[in-house]
Design a protein around this ligand. Structure first.
Ligand SMILES: [Zn+2]
Length: 261
């Protein structure tokens, strides 16, 4: 746990670099505007969000989980189950919480104002998987804080979950198209790039589907799974019609939820 930050940064940078290399080597779709322009806006927002989040929530989720473990707070710290069972259950339950949080951010208009910053990207690549408004990130941390404390999630499960969620978000937003022989079986477990691009479609019925960030099962169980869009993966219209991507930069993205257009 003492090396937590390094584990997180290590995984984050490795997965980001691997995804960007594959995107560069064999991109699935052609970017509608210059990538450098989008990356400047997206990574600028990532930087701003990291600073705001640090200031708004100065304690880490794993520190809270450790405190709960030491003080017998939360379900798994009261009942006696083998640690492997607790870890697996924790990962699955936290993932269901994040699935429903995502649905709520689409359903509730004031939350959509925040989440649309993510969807206003006219192209989807690994950097999109990191592009979230700082208030959405802070709210998400608070949701996880409550879930971790009620469930008594162990610190190690929190760390695994955070690394996996971050890595899988970069994976399923990556501008790559896995060969069918790999993609089809993978669909039975994970949210793949083709499936997640449907979630970034401009069509409302398509954007309100495939909410999962990691495993696909919650979309099956809760009825939001869509296996294909009206248009093909290479012709799909991505982003939000009302936001021409050319005008986006980090400060506009920060202000987006508070503006009317
Ligand atoms: Zn979404």
């Amino acid at each position: 746990m003492t090396n937590e930050v390094w584990w997180r940064i290590g995984f984050f940078l490795s997965i980001l670099v691997i995804m960007m290399l594959i995107e560069w080597w064999m991109p699935a779709r052609k970017a509608p505007i210059k990538s450098s322009k989008r990356w400047f806006a997206n990574f600028g927002l990532v930087l701003a969000s990291s600073i705001v989040t640090r200031l708004a929530v100065p304690i880490g989720l794993t520190a809270v989980a450790l405190y709960n473990q030491q003080h017998g707070i939360g379900l798994f710290n009261i009942i006696n189950l083998p640690s492997i069972v607790v870890i697996v259950l924790s990962l699955l339950l936290l993932d269901i919480v994040i699935y429903w949080q995502h649905r709520l951010f689409h359903r509730v208009p004031i939350l959509w104002r925040l989440h649309k910053v993510h969807h206003a990207d006219a192209h989807v690549d690994a950097s999109t998987g990191l592009r979230f408004h700082p208030i959405e990130i802070v709210l998400s941390i608070l949701v996880k804080l409550v879930a971790v404390s009620l469930l008594g999630v162990p610190a190690i499960a929190v760390l695994i979950f955070e690394i996996a969620l971050n890595g899988l978000a970069m994976f399923n937003h990556a501008n790559i198209r896995l060969p069918p022989a790999v993609e089809k079986p993978l669909r039975l477990i994970l949210m793949t790039q083709i499936l997640h691009r449907i979630h970034h479609s401009q069509r409302v019925s398509e954007t309100n589907s495939n909410y999962g960030f990691s495993v696909i099962w919650w979309d099956w169980i809760f009825g939001s799974y869509k296996s294909e869009a009206k248009k093909s993966d290479s012709e799909l219209d991505i982003g939000l019609k009302e936001y021409p991507s050319a005008k986006q930069n980090a400060s506009l993205l920060l202000a987006m939820p508070f503006r009317n257009k």
